[in-house]
Design a protein around this ligand. Structure first.
Ligand code: HEC
Ligand code: HEC
Length: 234
């Protein structure tokens, strides 16, 4: 029988991201089938071991990159250090589009686009938590959440000159050559990755408070302009 579950999520410390609230119902049996897409790299269950990716027992409630003994990417470690916690909502966003949450993640997976598939998968993964019952049963009416950006936002053509004008503020932290302690390089990124990353801060899916504030002040055109400018910056 299908089991349903429902979860509301408090991100990071005590920040409630109202715009990005996750409400999902999932079918465990269907989720088990969908997990076959992850199996090439991830195991779950009693004898689960790390493979290409870490095993996923107990991933709910854990910080990103916190499983001992697995060699995570730098990006994933930085996300964990910033306070990215795996909750129904952040897992949902990561599985939908891994790079939206962690730009240079080593997980090469293009993402599960259907909210219902992700909800089913998460319902299945939840059973491998230490305390699945901590994630309450669902309201049957709850719906999956789609974090995907509106295609119109992705299609915006940014004006690089306007981007240059806006960028001076960014350059106080982001060095063109990518040096700078804990501050990643943001030049020569594909436009879509840049836009998706900025919106993930804006939606508070990414945890970094300074970047949440920076992105929160920018509108869609400004983000597109910055993406266009930084893409070609040598
Ligand atoms: C091609 C291999 C591959 C596939 C397919 C894949 N992953 Fe991953 N996954 C990885 C790797 C590698 C990492 C570590 C990423 C890093 O360090 O940046 C990872 C990391 C993760 C993490 C973070 C774990 C942690 O401890 O922080 C989660 C959650 C995750 N994957 C879930 C999934 C799910 C669910 C699927 C299926 C929908 C999936 N992955 C498909 C390779 C894969
Ligand atoms: C006060 C310092 C500071 C300022 C100003 C700043 N950033 Fe950041 N930015 C950071 C830090 C620190 C990170 C790493 C955050 C993280 O780990 O999520 C970051 C991350 C990013 C990322 C994601 C990088 C990655 O590898 O995932 C992008 C894109 C970005 N910033 C763009 C901008 C833009 C555009 C501006 C200007 C509007 C800006 N930043 C202003 C400090 C800053």
């Amino acid at each position: 029988m299908a089991r349903l579950w429902f979860s509301t999520v408090v991100l990071g410390t005590s920040l409630v991201a109202s715009a990005a609230f996750a409400e999902q119902t999932g079918d465990v049996e269907k989720g088990k089938k969908i997990f076959s897409k992850c199996k090439a790299c991830h195991q779950v269950g009693k004898s689960a071991k790390d493979r290409v990716g870490p095993h996923l027992n107990g991933v709910f409630g854990r910080a990103a990159a916190a499983h001992d003994g697995f060699a995570y990417s730098k990006s994933m470690k930085r996300a964990g250090a910033d306070g990215l916690i795996w909750t129904a909502e952040t897992l949902d966003a990561y599985i939908e589009n891994p790079r939206a949450l962690v730009s240079k993640t080593r997980m090469s997976f293009k993402g599960l686009k259907k909210p219902q598939d992700r909800a089913d998968l998460l319902a299945y993964l939840r059973d491998f938590s230490d305390n699945p019952s901590d994630v309450p049963e669902a309201e049957p009416t709850a719906k999956g959440t789609d974090h995907d950006l509106d295609p119109a936002i992705l299609a915006l053509q940014g004006d690089p000159e306007y981007g240059e004008y806006l960028s001076s503020e960014c350059m106080t932290c982001h060095q063109v050559d990518g040096s700078g302690d804990g501050i990643p390089s943001i030049t020569q990124w594909p436009i879509e990755d840049f836009v998706v990353a900025m919106h993930a801060y804006k939606q508070k899916l990414r945890p970094h408070p300074v970047m949440q504030m920076m992105a929160g002040r920018l509108n869609d055109e400004e983000i597109a302009a910055l993406a266009a400018y930084f893409k070609d910056l040598e």
